[in-house]
Design a protein around this ligand. Structure first.
Ligand SMILES: [Zn+2]
Length: 230
């Protein structure tokens, strides 16, 4: 068959229904952005990547050669543990001032070792304010990482990305907004990523007995007094 050079292929006309669908999708996206925008931009609802610890930051962490208790004296005296690690599936220790009840409300909470703050904000219902610090420490010639986790605190004196020294006051003991008698829920974890946990869990993999860890890594004689920041 002979095809004429000026013969055009007939193109279908612009489907107007498609324009309608596109307009509908655009309106839907705009509506969702308008309604969900404030929630999506709310920093409390997601974990900002700024808080994640990069390999460079891990490498730059000071080596913590010594750990102290976060409440009372650096030996852990003048404080008692009302609910030790694993009791009732507890993932931490509940540290209290020896006066009992709310006598320790507002007492200083100290960084257990040199490190970097990777989380400092409200942790949601049941938690109140939470501070997480990451530490690098040597064990059998290997550089290891550990998190210290301080919950229910009243006042937070540090912010994420801040470097802290052992013995530096980072917070005050609180009640998680009146939910409990004042105490410090204190965890030690093998994780690097900052996250708010459950507080109680049967499976304790990743969590360390906090008081046991501190006692094993005091690195100081028991007659060493003073919590001076070096
Ligand atoms: Zn607790």
């Amino acid at each position: 068959m002979n095809v004429l050079p000026n013969e055009k292929k007939s193109t279908p006309p612009w489907p107007w229904w498609l324009a309608g669908v596109l307009l509908f999708l655009f309106a839907l996206a705009a509506d969702l952005a308008w309604r969900l925008g404030p929630e999506l931009l709310n920093r409390r609802n997601y974990q900002p990547t700024l808080d994640l610890v990069s390999p460079i930051e891990l490498a730059a962490l000071p080596t913590a050669t010594r750990f102290d208790f976060p409440l009372g004296t650096e030996h852990g005296a003048m404080a008692y543990n009302a609910q030790p690690f694993t009791e009732n599936n507890h993932l931490g220790d509940d540290l209290n001032g020896i006066g009992g009840e709310n006598s320790d409300l507002g007492d200083p909470v100290y960084a257990v070792a040199d490190g970097r703050v990777i989380f400092a904000r409200e942790g949601g219902p049941g938690w109140g304010n939470i501070i997480i610090i990451i530490h690098a420490y040597p064990e059998a010639g290997v550089r290891k990482y550990v998190q210290s986790y301080y919950a229910h605190v009243q006042t937070m004196l540090v912010t994420p990305a801040q470097q802290v020294r052992r013995g530096e006051q980072i917070a005050t003991v609180g009640t998680a907004g009146g939910k409990y008698l004042a105490h410090l829920h204190f965890e030690m974890r093998e994780f690097i990523t900052p996250f708010v946990g459950a507080g109680y869990r049967k499976d304790t993999r990743g969590w360390i007995n906090p008081s046991e860890f501190i006692r094993a890594h005091r690195g100081a004689a028991d007659d060493d007094v003073g919590r001076a920041v070096e």
